[in-house]
Design a protein around this ligand. Structure first.
Ligand code: PLP
Length: 280
C-alpha cells in the first residue's frame, strides 16, 4: 500500500471516537493568534505569519484584518474587515482554541482597535505588535486616526513592539532613535525591538529596549537584496518563540537569527522586492 494507512472506516460513532483521540493531544500544541492583512503575493501579512509560525513548530490561528491589492513592489488598495465581523471571528476562535501568544500586523483602520484591544484583555498572553504604518514600496497604511488609536489603545497591551526605524520615529518623534525607543516604552510597550533594515549603511542595527537597561544593539551584515515582508516575518517568529515559552529577549535573539536566514535565502517571485524564504 505504498506505506499509506487506509482511512478510518466505520460508523459515525467510531469517527467521533477518532476525533476525540486526536483532540486529546490538544494541550501539546502551541498556537499563535495572528491578526494580519492578506497580501496576495505571499511575502507579507498573513502568509508570512503562517509560514514563520509554522516553521517554529507552532500553529498559526489567523484572523484577517484587511484585504489588499498589491504586488511585490507596493500596496495599491487596502479594504478593512468590518469591526463586527472581526469581533465574531475572534470570539468564536477564542471560545474554541487556546492561544499562547498573539501577533498583530496590519490593522485595517482605527475602528478595529477596540475589538482587538478587548480580545487582548481577554487572552492575557504575550503580544507582539508590528506597527505597520507604511509599505516598503511607499504606500501609507496608517493614517493619523489609526496611529493615535494604536498609541493610546494598543501600546499598553503590547509586550514586544517591532517598529522599523521610520515607524519608531513616526510613533515617537525624538532627537535620536534611542530616545524614540525609550518613548515607546514610556507610552506603554513593555519592550521594543527597533529594526534598522530601512536605515542606510553596510550593517543593519536592531535596537532592543527593555525597562531599566540601556538599549542593546544586535548587528547583522546588510544583505544585497530589498525585501517584502521582512518585518512581518520577524514579528511572527518572535511571537512563535514566546508561544513556546521563551522569555522576550531570548525570543528576539532566536527570531532575529532565523529571520536573517530566511532573508539570506530570499527569492524574487515577481518584478519587485524579494520574499523571505521561510520554508525548511
Ligand atoms: N501588506 C501587508 C498585508 C502587510 O502586513 C505589510 C507589512 O506588514 C505590507 C503589505 C508591507 O510589507 P513591506 O513593507 O515589507 O513591503
Amino acid at each position: 500500500m505504498l506505506g499509506l494507512t487506509a482511512p478510518p472506516q466505520g460508523s459515525n460513532r467510531n469517527r467521533r471516537r477518532q476525533a476525540t483521540r486526536y483532540t486529546s493531544s490538544m494541550s501539546d500544541v502551541r498556537s499563535v493568534l495572528c491578526l494580519s492583512g492578506h497580501d496576495p503575493t505571499g511575502g507579507a501579512g498573513v502568509q508570512a505569519d503562517i509560514e514563520a509560525v509554522s516553521a517554529a513548530g507552532v500553529h498559526p490561528l489567523t484572523v484577517i484584518t484587511a484585504l489588499t491589492v498589491q504586488d511585490t513592489g507596493n500596496v495599491r488598495e487596502l479594504v478593512p474587515v468590518a469591526p463586527a465581523l472581526l469581533h465574531r471571528a475572534l470570539a468564536v476562535l477564542m471560545d474554541d482554541c487556546p492561544v499562547h501568544a498573539v501577533k498583530i500586523g496590519l490593522i485595517g483602520d482605527a475602528a478595529q482597535l477596540p475589538v482587538i484591544a478587548a480580545a487582548l484583555r481577554r487572552l492575557r498572553v504575550p503580544v507582539v505588535c508590528d506597527p505597520v504604518l507604511r509599505a516598503g514600496g511607499g504606500r501609507e497604511l496608517a493614517h493619523a486616526a489609526l496611529r493615535t488609536a494604536l498609541l493610546e489603545q494598543l501600546l499598553p497591551l503590547v509586550d514586544v513592539l517591532t517598529p522599523n526605524a521610520a515607524e519608531a520615529r513616526r510613533l515617537a518623534p525624538a532627537a535620536t532613535l534611542a530616545d524614540s525607543g525609550r518613548q515607546l516604552l514610556a507610552a506603554g510597550a513593555r519592550q521594543a525591538l527597533v529594526t534598522g533594515g530601512d536605515e542606510p549603511g553596510d550593517t543593519v542595527e536592531n535596537l532592543w529596549f527593555a525597562p531599566g537597561t540601556a538599549p542593546e544593539s544586535f548587528r547583522w551584515p546588510r544583505l544585497p537584496q530589498r525585501f517584502h515582508g521582512a518585518g512581518c516575518t520577524l514579528a511572527a517568529a518572535i511571537a512563535a518563540q514566546l508561544a513556546l515559552g521563551r522569555a522576550p529577549r531570548e525570543a528576539v535573539v532566536a527570531a532575529q537569527a532565523w529571520t536573517h536566514g530566511a532573508l539570506a535565502a530570499a527569492r524574487r517571485i515577481g518584478g519587485g522586492r524579494a520574499l523571505p524564504w521561510r520554508r525548511p
